[in-house]
Ligand binder design. Structure first.
Ligand SMILES: [Zn+2]
Length: 109
């Protein structure tokens, strides 16, 4: 029989393609292959998890996004060419993390 990949008490679990940590699916952002604002092929966020086709999951944080980009985890997880840009996901995360401002390099105070 298929191995159980889901914990019934906590719902579906997926592995973040950035930090490779397992987390509840609802805590992760699904990304999938799509097209960017210019109609070019790109990795795009799928917050409603309704897009058809292969998807990948990651924590909706800049850190995990950076890790995934550096590891080329997006194209690998989505089985796509390595040149596929993931900028739309980065833009999406930027717009999401307004109450989590980036660290200031010049630390006053
Ligand atoms: Zn992560």
């Amino acid at each position: 029989m298929a191995r159980q990949d889901e914990i019934p008490d906590h719902g579906p679990v997926r592995t973040c393609i950035g930090c490779r940590t397992r987390a509840a699916k609802r805590e992760l952002l699904r990304v999938t292959a799509g097209s960017d604002a210019n109609g070019q092929p790109a990795v795009v966020p799928d917050p409603t998890a309704t897009a058809p086709g292969r998807g990948a999951h990651l924590h909706p944080t800049g850190e995990c996004y950076d890790l995934a980009v550096r590891r080329k985890a997006f194209p690998r997880a989505l089985r796509l060419g390595t040149g596929l840009p993931a900028a739309p996901v980065g833009d999406y995360l930027d717009s999401m993390t307004v109450n989590d401002p980036p660290r200031n390099r010049s630390n006053s105070s």
